[in-house]
Design a protein around this ligand. Structure first.
Ligand SMILES: NC(=O)c1ccc[n+]([C@@H]2O[C@H](COP(=O)([O-])OP(=O)(O)OC[C@H]3O[C@@H](n4cnc5c(N)ncnc54)[C@H](OP(=O)(O)O)[C@@H]3O)[C@@H](O)[C@H]2O)c1
Length: 273
């Protein structure tokens, strides 16, 4: 289905995440003429990308009509300072969609017109390869149509889940927002363990990377739950069982990850406003 919006889309901040979203939208057929980028320090690569697609990109793009969607994709501290600037751009039917980590619906609405429709979303970096997952929450002013528009925009880079309890955004940040780093750490540890077990460094790196990527792809394509996938590669008394005996001893890994996620959720709560 071709991605269409009821009006122009203003993307404020075309960095890593804003850029990934933009690429996803264009792949889904969104008309580049309906996209406007506001970013005072656009990277050369993003500037060239915008130019190739004929997208207007500068520090104050002129829109032909009030935007259907204003997507705030700047760092959280910048987002806070930017909101008074966004206020005059909000039209009657505009929805403000923010991906700024830790910026709550209430604080996003504070500098915007009364009754403004606001959606807060937490994406993750696999969005840059179209395999992200984004968790969203809408304030009471968001219409079904606006929700559909935000859903379609975020679905261009992966899965989208809506929740109605904003407190969930902290554990969401700790699991899916920060989660890709935990998996990269696992790949680093596997690489080092391979070297320690006698593999040449280049081979250990290659094996660790391909194994984590391949397991991720298998997980993505399979309908089986993760525990079944694990059991399916674990023959009784085999090599995998020997390794899992260590990893699962006294729930060591389970408990370590639970501590890590709890710590990240705590930090997310501390940083939120
Ligand atoms: N990347 C992730 O994995 C991830 C995951 C979840 C949520 N998020 C959220 O997504 C947001 C963007 O993150 P990111 O990683 O994409 O950051 P980023 O790469 O630094 O992108 C932010 C962009 O906004 C630009 N910018 C700075 N001040 C601006 C202003 N006043 N007006 C318009 N644009 C401005 C930046 O330019 P300069 O570089 O010149 O400052 C940069 O191009 C953050 O709030 C973050 O919390 C990111």
């Amino acid at each position: 289905m071709i991605l269409r919006l009821a009006g122009p889309l203003l993307l404020i901040g075309a960095g890593k995440m804003g850029g990934a979203l933009l690429e996803g939208w264009l792949k889904q057929g969104l008309d580049p003429a309906s996209v406007f980028i506001q970013d005072p320090a656009l990277s050369d690569a993003m500037g060239a990308f915008a130019e190739t697609h004929g997208i207007v990109a500068n520090d104050a793009p002129e829109l032909p009509a009030p935007p259907a969607v204003i997507l705030i994709a700047v760092k959280p501290d910048v987002a806070e300072k930017l909101l008074p600037e966004v206020e005059p751009m909000v039209g009657e039917k505009t929805v403000v969609l923010s991906i700024a980590a830790g910026r709550k619906l209430e604080s996003l609405s504070r500098y915007l017109p009364e009754n403004v429709a606001v959606v807060r979303a937490m994406p993750n970096t696999p969005a840059s390869v179209g395999q992200g997952i984004t968790v969203c929450i809408a304030n009471a002013n968001v219409t079904e149509e606006q929700k559909r528009e935000c859903d379609a925009l975020l679905s261009a880079v992966g899965e989208v889940v809506w929740v109605d309890d904003e407190a969930l955004l902290d554990p969401v940040t700790a699991v899916s927002g920060s989660g890709p780093a935990y998996v990269f750490l696992l790949a680093e540890c596997l690489e080092q363990a391979g070297i320690d077990a006698g593999l040449p460094e280049a081979l250990a790196k290659r094996l660790a990377r391909a194994t984590v990527a391949g397991a991720g792809a298998l997980l993505e394509q399979s309908d089986l739950d993760v525990a079944t996938l694990r059991k399916n590669v674990t023959s009784p008394k085999g090599t995998t069982a020997a390794a899992l005996e260590v990893l699962m001893d006294d729930d060591i890994l389970k408990r370590l990850l639970a501590r890590a996620v709890a710590n990240a959720a705590k930090r997310s709560r501390e940083l939120s406003s």
